[in-house]
Design a protein around this ligand. Structure first.
Ligand SMILES: Nc1ncnc2c1ncn2[C@@H]1O[C@H](COP(=O)(O)OP(=O)(O)OP(=O)(O)O)[C@@H](O)[C@H]1O
Length: 313
């Protein structure tokens, strides 16, 4: 494994935040998901050797960055807000950072060129960083993080505030970096993004690991196997559904959400609704497994009509 977290506990001024965290990460894109205050940034600080654990250890390629400074170079972190000098051009920012890293001159040029190429920044090299959009600035921040050629990248909420096109573009860049063998760990609050990007998702809740797996595995582990259907019909099917033993709720768009045990339960229900003449217009699987896991984690019942909030992500 490229990165291992072994029995890590950590916190601030005697207050415990992370408890007995055990994780292994290899090459790929890993998503760290958890409610506000769960400890995601704190875990990043421990991994980047900014915050020393109170017990346990971190190993990066077999080295503990809290005891071996050379291991710190194996990890780069990008913060939620890209830290760039607004008056310098993109090329200037990257060149400046390459000097801060104390890279030999020849290597500096190579690394800047490789980072520009990996993040498709050719058209932006001469632009002042202060004029970039959020998505562009985030790509430059990622290029900056690549200058030390680290095997591990930690990205704190990299897509927050980006529009869908910029998000999709960054997703493609991250996939490319993972395909090159890098280990990328990104925290996000965006469920669709996590679902689209993740090789696996680690759920952090109140400072401990609440689950890990693909979105579908996590949903099954934490919420159960049921399928949530989104139904549109000419007549409100709520009463018919209740008569069939199904509680339902309405989402923001007026569709009805109902849970069934499995595909066969879904088929039976659809046939019954059609037979009872509600005028079915659309029946669809309601979407994102991680939304349901997140709601479950957050202590909210999946039967409460809070579902809509995540549609707005
Ligand atoms: N520098 C600090 N000093 C003291 N307490 C802190 C510090 N940073 C974070 N905390 C506390 O540690 C807990 C976890 O915070 P952390 O920022 O790691 O969570 P998070 O999962 O990243 O949250 P968010 O999703 O809101 O960014 C919170 O209760 C927070 O108040």
């Amino acid at each position: 494994m490229v990165l291992s977290v072994e029995d890590v506990c950590a916190g601030y001024r005697g207050r415990s935040v992370l408890t007995d965290v055990n994780l292994d990460f290899g090459p790929g894109v890993h998503i760290l998901l958890g409610p506000n205050g769960a400890g995601k940034t704190t875990l990043f600080r421990v991994l980047a050797a900014v915050l020393r654990p109170t017990s346990g250890r971190v190993l990066i390629a077999g080295l503990d960055p809290h005891h071996d400074p050379s291991a710190k170079r194996l990890v780069s972190v990008t913060a939620h807000r890209p830290a760039l000098s607004p008056q310098l051009t993109v090329g200037g920012n990257l060149g400046y950072w390459a000097r801060v890293l104390d890279l030999p001159v020849v290597l500096r040029k190579q690394r800047v060129a490789a980072a520009v190429s990996a993040l498709h920044l050719h058209d932006l090299v001469a632009c002042k960083a202060g004029t970039l959009s959020r998505g562009q600035a985030q790509r430059v921040a990622l290029a900056k993080a690549l200058l030390s050629d680290p095997p591990v990248l930690l990205l704190d909420e990299p897509t927050t505030g980006m529009d869908p096109a910029a998000t999709a573009d960054l997703r493609e860049r991250l996939r490319g970096l993972a395909a090159d063998g890098r280990t990328i760990i990104a925290s996000t609050h965006n469920m669709s993004e996590a679902q689209a990007l993740a090789d696996d998702v680690t759920l952090l809740s109140s400072g401990h690991i609440a689950g890990r797996g693909t979105p579908a595995e996590l949903r099954e582990q934490m919420v159960g196997r049921g399928i949530r259907l989104r139904i549109r019909a000419r007549l409100d099917p709520t009463d018919v559904l209740r008569g069939l033993g199904h509680e339902s709720l309405h989402d923001r768009d007026g569709a009805v959400l109902v849970e069934v045990a499995d595909d066969s339960g879904a088929e039976t229900l659809i046939e019954e609704l059609a037979r009872q003449g509600v005028g079915l217009r659309e029946v669809a699987h309601s979407g994102n497994a991680l939304e349901e896991v997140f709601l479950h984690l957050d202590g909210q019942s999946r039967h409460q009509p809070t579902y809509q909030a995540w549609d707005q992500q």
